[in-house]
Design a protein around this ligand. Structure first.
Ligand SMILES: [Zn+2]
Length: 92
């Protein structure tokens, strides 16, 4: 039995189960993109110039696409994606 939920990791950078894979610019539109693993989820985030952010998630048996509005920058988009993944009911 663990009580991890009472001590959530608040930053992607502090999670030993997470890793940055690549930082790049989109080949299609030149927007900043990051590819990473957040816990057991493969994530690509994409930051539009107008502040719209997208997160493409792939956990193998589960895929999803999230939209975030009014992101300050890609750091903000990454944090908001992390916060939402952290809030999900993982069973580890
Ligand atoms: Zn774009």
């Amino acid at each position: 039995m663990s009580q991890k939920a009472s001590h959530p990791i608040t930053r992607f950078e502090d999670c030993p189960m997470s890793d940055m894979i690549a930082r790049r610019q989109s080949e299609e539109c030149g927007c900043p993109e990051e590819e990473m693993v957040m816990r057991n989820v493969h994530v690509i985030i994409h930051m539009e110039p107008n502040g719209d952010g997208e997160a493409f998630l792939d956990a193998g048996d589960w895929v999803d696409e999230w939209h975030f509005e009014s992101c300050a920058d890609i750091d903000d988009l990454r944090q908001r994606t992390w916060d939402r993944i952290s809030a999900m009911p993982w069973s580890d």
